[in-house]
Design a protein around this ligand. Structure first.
Ligand SMILES: [Zn+2]
Length: 258
């Protein structure tokens, strides 16, 4: 199936799961007409890898940032490097993924909130949106966003309608992965139904979060077709119209022309 109007706002093509066929796979996605792919960086090496891929493919865009899982290992020099890498290429369209992740035991909340705040400052200074990862930390996340007011997207949204409404009020976009197709995705379904269409974007978070019927397998950007179909079903509109709207939203969010 052609991938016209499919825009993947969040991918991890630097993941080792793509080592066997990374460039062939990305080339095939673009030959099928995919509109764009954004590389969500997780650390400095991942940022550099995304920049390298973005030099090979016109519509592959990079982001610069350090994921909360790496916050404790991050120093001021690393943040300086995030800023330098973000400024190094016009293909860098966001700072991310950044945020808070309180899911696992033993994390350092202070380090996470500190690194999150400082990276939002970089985004605001450079006029870039942020790609936010927020897991089991919605209260702290919203508080920091309210205070710093970056533009951006909440990725892989699975929170309540109440927190979605707050994010929308802050001007945020909301990203849905293949998890929207899962049977237990009740809260995400409610948000996808109630939110304004002009703030909805689609993503894979590949190689993770493959939609039904591929759940558990390595995902890639072509599988957004299933997520788009599910979102369209939830909203009672045509899948092509939904994909086209999400594509336009993504381009507006990341400042991409055309
Ligand atoms: Zn991610």
């Amino acid at each position: 199936m052609p991938l016209t109007h499919i825009f993947d706002t969040h991918s991890h093509y630097d993941d080792p799961k793509f080592d066997p066929d990374r460039y062939e796979l990305i080339a095939s996605l673009f030959s099928r007409g995919i509109s764009g792919i954004v590389h969500a960086a997780t650390d400095l090496d991942s940022t550099r890898f995304g920049l390298e891929i973005s030099r090979k493919f016109e519509k592959y865009y990079a982001a610069a940032g350090i994921h909360p899982d790496s916050a404790e290992r991050t120093c001021e020099d690393d943040l300086y490097e995030v800023r330098a890498l973000a400024k190094s290429s016009k293909k860098v369209v966001a700072i991310g993924e950044i945020g808070l992740d309180y899911h696992y035991e033993g994390f350092d909340r202070g380090a996470q909130t500190d690194i999150f705040r400082k990276q939002i400052d970089i985004a605001n200074e450079l006029g870039l949106p942020v790609i936010v990862h927020c897991r089991d930390a919605v209260g702290d996340c919203l508080q920091i966003l309210r205070e710093k007011r970056p533009k951006g997207v909440m990725h892989c949204f699975s929170g309540s309608w109440e927190s979605a409404r707050e994010l929308l009020g802050l001007g945020f976009y909301i990203g849905f992965t293949g998890a929207l197709t899962f049977k237990n995705a009740k809260k995400a379904v409610e948000v996808a139904q109630k939110m304004p269409l002009d703030r909805l974007v689609l993503e894979t978070d590949c190689p993770y979060m493959a939609p039904e019927p591929f759940r558990g397998r390595r995902s890639d950007s072509s599988m957004i077709l299933m997520t788009a179909a599910r979102a369209a079903e939830i909203r009672g509109i045509d899948p092509d119209d939904l994909a086209a709207a999400a594509e336009q939203n993504a381009k507006r969010l990341f400042g991409i022309d055309g």
